[in-house]
Design a protein around this ligand. Structure first.
Ligand code: ADP
Ligand code: MG
Length: 249
C-alpha cells in the first residue's frame, strides 16, 4: 500500500481566480525520497501542506489524500504530530524554546513520551546531526544552518513515518545545504523514514532522491524515478522551468 496516496486533488484558495492545485494524482511508497519541484508559485507548498492537515490552508478542496490507507483528515492531531514531520524554510519560525536540548525535546514532551525513551532518542538524533556540542547553548546563539539542523533533528526525534521539508535548506549556503541533504539521505536509508523535499539545490538532488514529481501551474507535469524523469525528453519543458525559472528562490 502507498504510504501517501493523493487522488484527484484540487485546491483553490479563497477568492482566488485559479485553482492552486488541479487534478493531482500521486502515490508515495514507503522508503522513497521524493523531490517535488517546479517554478515559484506552481503549488509545491500548497501540496505539501495538504499532506499535513494541521498545516493545511483554508480553501475549497476536492479529491482525497490517504495516509497508510486512511483519509488524512481522519488522523488525530496526535497521529499527525507523531507520524508526519514537517520542516519549514525559516528556522526562526519553528523555534519554540530557549535551549537546544529543550528544543529537541519539545515535540516528544508534548506527546508525553517517557523520559528514558526521550533521552535515548534525542541523544541519537543529536549525534546523528552533530549537534551534541551545542546541546546546552541558547538557540539564539546558533547560526541559521545550526538552527535548521536542530529543527530537522527535532522533527526526526519524534520518529515520524514521513518527513516533509518545504525548502528547509533554501536560506543556507551551498555547503551547509549539501551536508543537511546528505544527513537526510542517511536518515532515509538507516531508519527507512520516507522523505519528501521541495528544494532548488538541483546539483545534489539527483544523487539523493529516488523519485521526482514536477509541478507546473498546479498540475502534476511528470512523476517517476529520478532516472526516468531526468532522462525523459517529454519533461524537457518542465525541467527548463525548474532549472531556469526560479532564480529568485
Ligand atoms: P510554491 O510553493 O510552488 O512557490 P505555493 O503553493 O506557495 O507555490 O502557491 C501556489 C499558488 O497559490 C500561487 O499562485 C500563490 O500565489 C497562491 N497562494 C499561496 N498561498 C496562498 C494563500 N495563503 N492565499 C491565497 N493564495 C495563495
Ligand atoms: Mg513554496
Amino acid at each position: 500500500m502507498a504510504l501517501l496516496e493523493i487522488k484527484n486533488l484540487n485546491f483553490t484558495y479563497p477568492e482566488a481566480a485559479q485553482p492552486a492545485l488541479s487534478g493531482i494524482n500521486l502515490e508515495i511508497q514507503p522508503g522513497e525520497f521524493v523531490l517535488i519541484c517546479g517554478a515559484s508559485g506552481c503549488g509545491k507548498s500548497t501540496l505539501l501542506r495538504q499532506c499535513k492537515p494541521a498545516l493545511s490552508q483554508h480553501g475549497e478542496k476536492s479529491g482525497a489524500i490517504y495516509f497508510n490507507g486512511k483519509a488524512i483528515e481522519e488522523l488525530s492531531f496526535r497521529e499527525q504530530s507523531e507520524k508526519i514531520g514537517f520542516v519549514m524554510q525559516d528556522p526562526e519560525m519553528q523555534i519554540v524554546t530557549d535551549k537546544v536540548r529543550h528544543e529537541l525535546a519539545f515535540g516528544l514532551e508534548s506527546l508525553g513520551t517517557n523520559n528514558r525513551k526521550m533521552r535515548v532518542r534525542i541523544a541519537e538524533m543529536a549525534s546523528f546531526f552533530g549537534i551534541r556540542d551545542w546541546f546546552d547553548s541558547p538557540v539564539s546563539a546558533l547560526s541559521g544552518g545550526q538552527k535548521q539542523r536542530v529543527a530537522i533533528a527535532r522533527a526526526l526525534a519524534m520518529n515520524p513515518t514521513i518527513l516533509l521539508c518545504d525548502e528547509a535548506t533554501s536560506a543556507l549556503d551551498p555547503t551547509t545545504t549539501k551536508s543537511i541533504l546528505a544527513l537526510l539521505k542517511d536518515i532515509n536509508e538507516k531508519y527507512g523514514i520516507t522523505i519528501v523535499i521541495i528544494t532548488h539545490s538541483m546539483e545534489v538532488v539527483q544523487e539523493i532522491c529516488t523519485h521526482v514529481a514536477i509541478i507546473d501551474a498546479g498540475e502534476l507535469a511528470e512523476n517517476g524515478t529520478v532516472a526516468d524523469v531526468f532522462a525523459s525528453p517529454k519533461s524537457r519543458a518542465a525541467k527548463k522551468l525548474v532549472f531556469q525559472g526560479d532564480q529568485n528562490v
